[in-house]
Design a protein around this ligand. Structure first.
Ligand code: PGA
Length: 265
């Protein structure tokens, strides 16, 4: 059972992959086998149809690895064709929910919808990774205002006692799946900006120490740089999480970073 997010937080988002249950089990078992736990929290978020199988295969083998879902709906039950409730996710083995991923946002999720989903997920006792990120940047720095508004809108009304089950994943949309990641100087600037906004806004103060992850074209080669120089507390990994060797290599490179470097605050 996941009791607390431990830093570094390394999350694999498999998106709509792989295409069959056998392949999903194979990939997952390979991760279980290869991953030698050192520190942190490791999460794999497969398509929900594989969740139960993976949960069963994980049991007793690797207590450091947790399962997540890529989304949940904000209602608990009813006539909502195609949706998954937070309780369904929990009863199938999920400890964590990604909410507000840019691919869900581009399919129609507004900040208000994201906020409602966060509330529902927290009520079901899930840990929540809230994804935020700008679509573009310009010389005037419009992305700062954009991120500030996303923070205010998505965190609205979340209770202080739930703050320890939340982390924020900063994923600039232009870096997701493009092979062009952010550079660690710009990431450092953004993690500081997010922390400052959380600390300055009276309604967000309780979230000022939540972990901040980075996501967007993370690889085994660039992963440690985001943690050491970008000041991220963890990583959200798409494409490279589908390759068990790469995913574990990312975990290894990051979990080797000394605790003092992981959070230089
Ligand atoms: P990527 O995806 O690592 O393939 O860029 C990241 C994400 O979508 O969370």
């Amino acid at each position: 059972m996941l009791k607390k997010f431990q830093i570094p937080i390394i999350v694999g988002n498999w998106k709509m992959n792989p295409q069959g249950a056998d392949e999903a089990k194979k990939k997952y078992n390979e991760i279980v086998k290869k991953l030698v736990y050192k520190s942190g929290t490791v999460v794999i978020a497969p398509p929900i149809v594989y969740l139960r199988d993976l949960y069963a295969s994980k049991k007793g083998q690797n207590s450091a690895l947790f399962l997540g879902v890529q989304d949940v709906f904000y209602e608990q039950a009813g006539a909502f064709t195609g949706k998954i409730s937070p309780d369904m996710a929990v009863s199938n083995g999920a400890a964590v929910a990604l909410i507000g991923h840019s691919e869900m946002r581009s399919a129609g999720d507004t900040d208000d919808v994201v906020n409602a989903k966060i509330h529902a997920a927290l009520s079901a006792r899930l840990f929540v990774i809230i994804c935020i990120g700008e679509k573009e940047r310009n010389d005037e720095g419009v992305h700062f205002e954009f991120i500030k508004n996303q923070l205010i809108r998505t965190l609205r009304g979340i209770k202080k006692e739930d703050a320890s089950r939340i982390c924020i994943a900063y994923e600039p949309v232009w870096a997701i799946g493009t092979g062009t990641s952010i550079n660690s100087t710009d990431l450092h600037e953004m993690t500081l900006y997010i922390r400052k906004q959380l600390a300055l806004d009276t309604s967000l103060k309780v979230f000022s120490t939540v972990p901040i992850l980075y996501g967007g074209s993370v690889t085994p080669e660039n992963a440690a740089d985001f943690i050491i120089h970008g000041n991220a507390d963890g990583l959200l990994i798409g494409k490279q999480s589908l390759d068990p060797g790469s995913f574990v290599a990312i975990y290894d490179s990051v979990s080797r970073v000394k605790k003092t470097q992981v959070r230089s605050k």
